[in-house]
Design a protein around this ligand. Sequence first.
Ligand SMILES: [Zn+2]
Length: 304
Amino acid sequence: MNMKVLLALAAVALCPTYLRAAPAKPAIEVVVLGSGGPRAFGRAGSSFILILAGKPRILVDAGPGAFLRIGELNLDLGAVDTVLLTHLHIDHSGDLPAFFNARALTSDGSITYRIFGPDGAGLFPKTSRFVDLLVGRDGAFAYQKTFGAPESFTVRDLAINLESPRTNILDDDGLTVEETATHHGDCPSVAYRISYRGVTVVFSGDMDASALPNLVQLAKNADLLIFNCAVLDPPGSPSQLYDLHTPPRKIGEAARDSGVKSLLLSHLAPDVEGRQDAVRKSIRVSFAGPVEFARDKLRVPVVK
Ligand SMILES: [Zn+2]
C-alpha cells in the first residue's frame, strides 16, 4: 500500500461522522410493490410502501404479490403501522393478511395498526368488517392477532358518496393524510393525498372518470400523482371497463387541471403495457410534465 492510500484511509478514519457526506434521504420515497391489476401476467397486484425520511411507514393497498416484493426488497416493516386501502377488490387487498403476518414476525413489541378504507355497499363489506372477517375473533385468520406479536386494529370507514366532503384523516408529527370519495363501478373506493416535510403524493386508486372532479381537487399542486391506468382510450379496451377505469386522455386532463408536477402510471394491464407510446402520446395532449410507467420494485423519490 503506498503512502497516498494510507493517508487517505487515515483521513477517513479520523474524520468525524458529521463531516462524512451522508446521502440525503428524501422526505417521501414511494416503493412500488405491485404495478399490476387483477390479471396474472408477471406484475404483482396494486401495492405501495411509503418510506418517510428513510423509514418505511405506510402501506397503500396490498395486492397479491406485495408480500413477495417486500421480501425481495428486504424492506424493514418495523415502523409500518398505517394502512390505506383504496378499495377492497382482491387485486388491492389479497395480501393484507400476509402483510400482517410478515410485519408481526419482525416486531419487538405489540403493534397497533391504523387502517383506513371505504365504507361498504352492495357486495362489498365496510373496511372495519373486512378486517374483522380476516383477523377478528371469528375471522378466518383469528390466530394472527397473537402470532408473532400482540396486534390491535383501529379501523376507520371512509365516506363513499361523491358529494361527501374531502377529509383530513391523519395529522401526525408533520405527516398529513387526506382522502376523498371516488367511483369505481359498483365497488366503494377512495383516493389519498399524503404530505410530509413539504412534499405531496396522491394515489388515485382505481376510479372511473365520473370521480375526476374529486380527484382533481384532492391532487391540487401535488408533486407526484400516481394514477391507475388500466385501459386504453376508447374504443381500445372492452367497453364495460370504462365504467371502472379512467382512460389515458382523461388522466392527462386531470393531471393538467390539478397542476401536479409529475405522473406515475401504475396498475397496468397487458394491453396498456404493450401500447406505452400511445398512452404517453394521449396524456401529452394535455399534460407537459414528466410521465413514467411503474414497474414492480421501482423506487420513486418525491421531489419538489
Ligand atoms: Zn384494481
